[in-house]
Design a protein around this ligand. Structure first.
Ligand SMILES: Nc1ncnc2c1ncn2[C@@H]1O[C@H](COP(=O)(O)OP(=O)(O)O)[C@@H](O)[C@H]1O
Ligand SMILES: [Mg+2]
Length: 583
């Protein structure tokens, strides 16, 4: 994913521009302010000619006083223009970027699981933090500067033309040079910018891994490896930045040189005898100053290009995500509560078309209210199978029916409302315990219900010992929990949801035998009346299941009750001997 649907700079500009339209009033204030600011700068230089010719050459002191009053007025107007211009433009730019960030974040919430398989969290965070800041910069500072400088240049040229058109013709030397620099260099800027952003993403990615994996890094003495990996991406970012700076310097120098030539030419032309008679000291000084005054905006303009290009590259990388295909949600069937009759018919699935199928020709039935235990070697496809039900991934072949309706016919949110899931790795949010149990759509549930769920999941016993009980904050800035405690909260969350379908993916793997036994009773209770898919690693769960399914390399290799399969003496019996016996 390197470019959005239409990633030409023009198209990206136009698209960003579309975000600005909403804030046209403040934008107009900004434009007016900046125009005033630039205009007054030119008027200021316009005072030079009368100051010399009339006040000093013709010795008109009274006029000098008037000019001083004029200067005061110009200064005041410039301040007003400067303030309104910057405020209006920054306000608009920041709004645009906040909108863009909001859209990007919304995309993150709606993208399919495959997207997260392809992009690392570090890269996605860097996009939100770093890339959108680049857009912010381009949309505020760079736009203000570009607009002001272009206006200023126009005013200065007008001033020179009205002062003496013939001398001003010298300026034409500058035009092709600057135009060339801007077009050639901007292309280069854009390319470097895109590389810088990618490499910032890599920096974030390497950092993320080192931080998340800090224990592994420590125990396996991986510091050197991590240092080297970081050094590489860090060094690459630095080099790219330096290339950017060098490009800057080059463009500034070329512009400066062109301006120098123009000034020299101006002096040579103006001091020729025929010209000397024609122009006054004031005219020459005014044009000379005006010309010098064009150099800073010209230099800034070529550099503004780099900021603009950074912004364009960044905006493009954000639009890529915003345009990325969201989770398919085309079904319109919705029901309050399904019975929970699930049927797989010849379902095959592969994560990636380039890989071999992870599930092949699966045909299964999970009758409403029954408990199915799924067992198999790790990597046999158990988690994948369970993940098809909430439609984390689209199945490629076959059909999955829930109460006789194809899963894809359901509204996605309606389907997911029917399913509670305790996954292998428990995710807790930076919130209170109560907030974590009553997460998302459960947020408004009453406190007694939360407490009952926590009790049923045998979580209340440790929650009660925490300083704030259910109101204890968890996560990075709060209390840290053990694996087993986290799992019990995840179970409480699933219990509270009270959904007709329950998926437990090794939900008790982190529990010690004692809490496991206790929770087993609770789980038995909640499985009642629910279609339960339990990916099991404990014998007791399997023994109590209505049916056991043995997966092997993505296929159903055995199916029956615990006793039947044990009597069969095949795959399940072997699995039983190696994994469960003695529990
Ligand atoms: N997100 C993914 N992208 C690509 N391949 C995956 C992904 N998740 C799992 N796999 C592969 O699918 C196979 C089954 O994995 P999984 O369903 O997690 O097995 P189990 O839960 O039985 O241990 C494995 O070979 C694994 O490498
Ligand atoms: Mg698994």
């Amino acid at each position: 994913m390197s470019a959005s649907i239409d990633s030409t700079p023009g198209a990206v500009y136009r698209r960003l521009w579309g975000y600005t339209r909403k804030y046209w009033l403040m934008f107009a204030v900004g434009v007016a302010g900046v125009s005033l600011d630039a205009g007054m700068q030119a008027v200021f230089i316009g005072f030079v000619e009368p100051l010399i010719d009339r006040v000093f050459v013709e010795k008109d002191g009274a006029y000098g006083t008037w000019l001083a009053v004029g200067v005061m007025g110009v200064v005041l107007l410039r301040i007003i223009g400067f303030f309104a211009g910057n405020y209006g433009m920054e306000w608009t730019g920041r709004r645009v970027v906040a909108d863009l960030r909001k859209e990007l974040f919304n995309s993150y919430l709606q993208l399919p699981a495959t997207f997260y398989d392809r992009n690392t969290p570090g890269q996605l965070i860097s996009k939100l933090a770093y890339n959108s800041e680049q857009v912010a910069h381009a949309a505020t500072k760079a736009v203000i500067s570009a607009f002001r400088d272009i206006l200023l240049l126009i005013y200065l040229v007008l001033l020179m033309l009205t002062t003496n058109a013939r001398l001003t013709a010298v300026l034409l030397i500058l035009v092709p040079v600057v135009a060339l620099v801007v077009t050639v260099i901007s292309r280069k800027f854009r390319k470097i910018s895109r590389n810088i952003q990618d490499s910032m993403g890599d920096v974030a990615h390497v950092t993320e891994e080192a931080v998340i994996g800090q224990r592994v890094v420590k125990v396996f003495l991986g510091q050197e490896t991590e240092r080297n990996r970081f050094k590489r991406v860090n060094e690459r970012t630095r080099r790219l930045h330096m290339r950017m700076v060098a490009t800057h310097m080059l463009s500034s120098s070329i512009v400066q040189f062109a301006a120098g030539i123009a000034l020299v030419t101006l002096m040579l032309v103006a001091t020729r005898p025929s010209m000397l008679n024609e122009i006054t000291a004031g005219t020459f000084t005014a044009i000379f100053f005006a010309m010098i005054a064009t150099i800073p905006p010209l230099k800034r303009l070529t550099n503004v290009q780099s900021q603009m290009q950074k912004g364009i590259a960044a905006a493009d990388s954000i639009f890529v995500v915003i345009d990325a295909e969201k989770e398919r949600d085309s079904g319109d069937y919705a029901i309050d509560r399904v019975k929970g009759d699930v049927e797989f018919r010849n379902v095959s699935f592969q994560y990636d078309s380039s890989h071999r199928p992870v599930l092949e020709d699966i045909s299964l039935r999970f009758p409403a209210g029954s408990v199915t235990a799924v067992v198999g070697q790790s990597g046999s496809g158990k988690t994948t199978l369970a993940g098809l039900l909430p439609r984390f991934y689209p199945y490629n072949e076959g059909s999955i029916l829930l109460d006789g309706h194809e899963l894809t016919d359901y509204q996605l949110s309606n389907l997911r409302r029917q399913i509670a899931l305790v996954s292998q790795d428990v995710v807790l949010f930076n919130d209170t315990i109560a907030g974590n149990i009553a997460y998302g759509a459960l947020a408004d549930i009453d406190r007694q219900a939360i407490k009952r769920a926590a009790e049923a999941a045998y979580a209340m016993e440790f929650i009660e010992k925490l300083p704030e009980g259910l109101d204890t904050i968890l996560g990075e800035t709060g209390t840290l929990l053990s694996g087993g405690q986290r799992q019990r909260l995840a179970i409480a969350r699933a219990l509270l949801k009270n959904a007709p379908i329950l998926i437990l993916d090794e939900a008790t793997s982190a529990l010690d035998t004692e809490s496991e036994r206790a929770i087993q009773d609770a789980l038995k209770e909640v499985m009642k009346g629910r279609t339960t898919l339990v990916i099991a690693h404990r014998l007791s769960t399997i023994e109590n299941a209505d049916q056991v399914i043995v997966l092997g390399e993505g296929r159903v290799i055995e199916q029956g009750t615990h006793e039947e399969l044990l009597a069969l003496g095949e795959a399940y019996a072997r699995l039983y001997q190696t994994q469960f016996e003695g529990q």
